[in-house]
Design a protein around this ligand. Structure first.
Ligand code: ZN
Length: 340
């Protein structure tokens, strides 16, 4: 559930793992459906919430990915995408998030309504510029290539990210990693890396620790999305520390997708105590009905991290941010320096 406890809300925050497609407000889904003629299971906001918000632990990751269908069909025009982006940045500002990286998968997000990727990016850049000014925050962008969209899509997406690298800082590989062979995606991701883009890979979310090891060997990523199952194998933990890789951890998401059996069993604190550079994020705040305040509440009240530990995670996120430090450093010094 979304949390606005002042004890967490007042903290300046850095978030580096958040999917735009998982951050669409229910009212925006309703308005988009009206504009785009999209069929919905209900046209009442609270009734629709029962279909678009995951509030109980699911059987597996795949079930959750299926629930994204309505979100995907809601992106009916570049104008709606711009509104979604702006509202996400507004929601960040309401929680005092000052450094924020938004990620999206253009092929997955835009193919249902055959939208022009460049037109959607233009709207996103307008929303980004406005939010950076109005909310005094630094925003970065990550282009995702979805494993479920296939190897050709990975080539298209990484080429597009390279073409737009003055706006897009990094590429990411997402979706269930045990279903699609890793080898299909190595070449295009490494090409993007060679072109100067940073790399983060969803790995070790529901898959065991050896996937994380293979991900590190194949992609040489600066960061890993989730990576929580590395906690099951000290060899992998040591490798992550040795390579200086930062983990983008999303506690409530991992519970809902059944990647951890209970929220109490989440290894965030364990990884932190072992010396891994972990960060705390919300993943898909609207689909999962969470926000960063709620993730901090879990870290503090369920997993037993101190507020100082959480601030250290913020520093890890700042240090691992893909946004140019010329943009993040002044924000860090202005808002975070005193609270660290
Ligand atoms: Zn994710």
């Amino acid at each position: 559930m979304k949390n606005f406890d002042p004890k967490y809300n007042a903290l300046p925050k850095t978030e580096i793992h958040c999917h735009i497609e998982g951050a669409i407000r229910t009212q925006t889904i309703l308005d988009a459906a009206r504009q785009g003629g999209v069929a919905l299971p209900s046209y009442q906001a609270d009734e629709l919430d029962r279909h678009v918000k995951i509030r109980e632990q699911m059987r597996d990751l795949q079930t959750v990915l299926e629930a994204f269908d309505i979100f995907q069909r809601s992106i009916v025009s570049p104008a709606i995408f711009e509104r979604i982006d702006w509202e996400l940045f507004e929601d960040c500002a309401a929680q005092n998030i000052k450094i924020f990286e938004a990620r999206f998968s253009p092929d997955w997000a835009f193919h249902k309504h055959n939208l022009d990727w460049d037109a959607c990016l233009e709207g996103l850049l307008r929303a980004q510029e406005r939010a950076e000014k109005e909310f005094d925050m630094a925003i970065g962008l990550i282009a995702i290539t979805s494993r479920s969209m296939g190897a050709d899509s990975c080539v298209r997406t990484t080429e597009w990210a390279i073409k737009n690298r003055q706006h897009i800082q990094a590429v990411d590989l997402a979706d269930g990693e045990m279903i699609y062979p890793m080898e299909d995606f190595v070449k295009p991701i490494l090409k993007a890396r060679d072109a100067g883009l940073k790399v983060t890979i969803h790995s070790g979310e529901d898959a065991p620790a050896d996937y994380v090891l293979k991900t590190i060997q194949n992609f040489k990523p600066q960061r890993i999305g989730h990576g929580i199952h590395s906690a099951d194998d000290m060899k992998v933990v040591e490798k992550i520390i040795e390579e200086g890789i930062t983990l983008e951890v999303n506690p409530w998401s991992n519970y809902l997708t059944n990647s951890v059996p209970t929220i109490e069993a989440h290894p965030l604190k364990k990884l932190f105590d072992l010396g891994v550079r972990v960060t705390i994020n919300s993943d898909d705040p609207e689909v999962l009905d969470t926000n960063l305040n709620n993730e901090y509440r879990i870290a503090r009240e369920v997993l037993g991290m101190s507020l100082a530990d959480i601030q250290t995670c913020n520093r890890f996120a700042f240090e691992a941010s893909f946004i140019d430090s010329a943009k993040t450093r002044p924000i860090w010094e202005k808002y975070f320096a005193n609270s660290n």
